[in-house]
Design a protein around this ligand. Structure first.
Ligand code: SF4
Length: 658
């Protein structure tokens, strides 16, 4: 069955045929293929016929809601292309699901609820539904969902025919006063394709709920992972946990609000226990991050933001200060969890988000105490300019959360920047017979030039020693921006380097509109900035310049088709900061795969470069030049195959886009 709705390009034929083989052999496939090469449509049109024939479900996971939207749009193209066969159409519809905080109309209108995590919202929702079933109170969206059968049928038919995006679906249901979340749950069972955020597959509780809705077993699932290069870090974060001074304060306040019960066999109050934890976290930060060995004397101030903690240090401090042992500590944890549950129940009765900080503290301490393996690093971290230090159990090994993938029928992992593919396979714990293929860009090579300048660098020691380097870099930036009337983005390796250039140089040297991405900009402000940059460049005909930071929301997620972007300047090499977290990761990968540097420094840096460069070319007609202002760029030649040394940068830009 041919479901591909466009004219097939050479690479796409190969991708589709590899996916078909993968499905036949019940294996996994890791695919790298440049942005704009049509990975989504290939994956859908290759998996759908197999899924129909063998009664499998396709679970397509994305990192962001806009990627989810893209999948539904491609599914619609396939759907619209099937002219005659109504039966096939009926059997391949797809639905997009987002978390309750996005789908629940109550949570969308209530700031507190919107900030609730999935567990808290699930409890809140269960209570609302119970009230709606047993009285006239509770959630009216749910009551309508249960009572208005005719409306539910109409809406379900509309979904099957229109295949709305999650946003369209939420809007439609909310207008009709129906719960989108509940209706989606019932539709998922019939859907062939379900598009979800990553968390639905990697959080065990949410995954179990999903499998209940789907009504199939693991081996009936074909998993497609979008933008897979994000997944290992996503899983590391998901499986990491932390306790901050801010959290301890909230625990203390919560305990006091609820009568401050005693714990530790009645020897102290919960709030004083929380105060002690707060003191210990600060002192661990002073000792290990600030390196204060004697009172008031900072032995070393090298601006490090985190440090390793000796494995038992935190617990030993608690034991010695509170005169506890392991057994007594577990008793305290039990108290915290039990009090926390009571507080959750009380808040639930009062129609509030059932959140308890004490409950979370109990679970954190239990996790920390049981943590013995080397897949985690225990860290002390300084945050919020020293105001909110924390301790953290940082997950080094994403494979702690990926066992489930090997239980699925097959999985397909796709990204525009995934090299080295072996690293992804190993990090994710996928089997060694996984198919690994990297396709080169399908677009004309002459449309994109990738160069580096050999006489500059942002290597810290050189930059600090020789101030002519920075001047030379600024000269390159201003000359290129002023000479070429094309939209240009200048990416810096960090906000620190960007501010260094801001302090030392005058941005008005650039004779066109200049836009500046600021740290912690809201998503709306950022979108406005990017849209102004695109419009301004087109309007005045002299282009605009945008200063941004590599590895951020612009370089990793925004599209600049056609003339919206033609020159990318990358100032320096975006190596990861040598934090304790990064060192721990490197050491772990060295121990496990003997590839610490390659897998945790070189590959992630190359991906950041490729993501930034990838903004330039989105289709066959796009043209662009990317220039790395750093002599160390050739180290990344295995990943940046077209990289060449610049001989005369002005002429080279002219000949490509002039
Ligand atoms: S039933 Fe729906 S609308 Fe009501 S609280 Fe639950 S998710 Fe929200």
């Amino acid at each position: 069955m041919d479901l591909f709705p466009y004219t097939l390009r050479q690479n796409q034929k190969a991708i589709i045929s590899t996916i078909k083989n993968t499905l036949e052999n019940r294996e996994n496939f890791i695919l790298e293929s440049g942005t704009g090469s049509g990975k989504t449509i290939c994956a859908l049109s290759a998996t759908l016929p197999y899924a129909l024939e063998h009664d499998k479900k396709i679970v397509y996971i994305t990192r962001t809601n806009s990627q989810q939207r893209q999948v539904i749009m491609e599914l619609r193209s396939i759907y619209e292309n099937i002219k005659e066969d109504a039966e096939i159409k009926e059997s391949l519809f797809g639905v997009g699901i987002q978390g309750r905080s996005n789908m629940c109309p109550q949570a969308r209108e209530d700031k507190d609820l919107k900030e609730g995590n999935s567990e808290e919202l699930s409890k809140y929702c269960a209570n609302e539904k119970k009230k709606a079933r047993t009285s006239k109170k509770g959630c009216m969206y749910y009551r309508n969902f249960v009572e208005k059968k005719e409306l539910i049928n109409q809406t379900s038919n509309w979904v099957r025919k229109q295949m709305p995006t999650a946003e369209e679906f939420i809007e439609h249901c909310t207008k009709k006063h129906l719960c989108p979340y509940e209706l989606n749950k019932s539709l998922v069972r019939e859907a062939r394709v379900v598009v979800l955020p990553y968390i639905y597959v990697f959080n065990a509780t949410i995954r179990n709920m999903l499998f209940d809705w789907l009504g199939v077993s693991e081996e009936d699932i074909i998993l497609i992972v979008d933008e897979a290069h994000n997944l290992p870090d996503y899983i590391r974060d998901l499986f990491s946990t932390q306790l901050s001074v801010w959290m301890c304060k909230n625990c203390g306040n919560e305990a006091r609000n609820y009568g401050d019960p005693s714990t530790g066999s009645g020897r102290f109050s919960i709030s004083s226990f929380c105060n002690t934890l707060e003191d210990i976290i600060r002192e661990l930060r002073d000792t290990y991050v600030y390196n204060i060995l004697e009172e008031g004397i900072r032995k070393q101030s090298n601006h490090q933001s985190d440090a390793f903690l000796p494995r038992n240090e935190f617990l030993n401090e608690i034991y010695s200060r509170m005169k506890l042992n392991e057994k007594k500590m577990f008793d305290i944890i039990e108290d915290l969890v039990a009090y926390g549950e009571k507080i959750q129940e009380d808040k639930q009765k009062k129609n509030k988000l059932p959140r308890s900080y004490l409950h979370k503290l109990g679970l954190f301490l239990e996790f920390w105490m049981n943590l013995t393996d080397n897949q985690y690093a225990k860290l002390s971290v300084d945050a919020s300019d020293g105001k909110n230090p924390r301790i953290e159990a940082y997950c080094l090994d994403p494979s702690v959360g990926t066992n489930i993938i090997n239980k699925f029928h097959s999985s397909i992992h796709m990204s525009g920047t995934l090299e080295p593919l072996e690293e992804y396979r190993d990090s994710m714990g996928l089997s060694h017979n996984t198919t690994l293929i990297s396709f080169s860009s399908p677009f004309p090579k002459e449309n994109r030039k990738l160069l580096y300048l050999p006489d500059v660098t942002t290597k810290y020691s050189e930059l600090m020693k020789d101030d002519t380097i920075q001047k030379k870099m600024w000269e390159y930036i201003t000359t290129i921006c002023n000479k070429f009337p094309q939209n240009t983005i200048v990416f810096f390796p960090s906000y620190n380097t960007l501010s260094l250039f801001q302090r030392n140089h005058d941005f008005s040297d650039i004779k066109k509109s200049v836009f500046l991405e600021e740290q912690r900009m809201s998503q709306t402000a950022l979108m406005d900035l990017v849209s102004d940059f695109k419009n301004q460049g087109n309007k005045l005909g002299i282009g605009a310049t945008l200063f941004s930071v590599i590895g951020g929301r612009i370089s990793e997620g925004m599209d600049f088709p056609s003339k919206q972007l033609e020159i990318v300047l990358i100032v320096g090499i975006p190596y990861p900061k040598p934090t304790a977290r990064q060192r721990g990761l490197q050491k772990y990968y060295e121990m496990k795969f003997h590839k610490g540097w390659e897998y945790t420094v070189q590959a992630p840096t190359a991906r950041k470069l490729l993501q930034a460069i990838g903004r330039l070319i989105r289709d066959e007609k796009d043209k662009g030049v990317a220039i790395i202002l750093d002599r160390r760029a050739p180290r990344f030649k295995p990943y940046l195959k077209e990289l060449g040394k610049s001989i005369d940068i002005m002429k080279e830009i002219e000949s490509t886009i002039g």
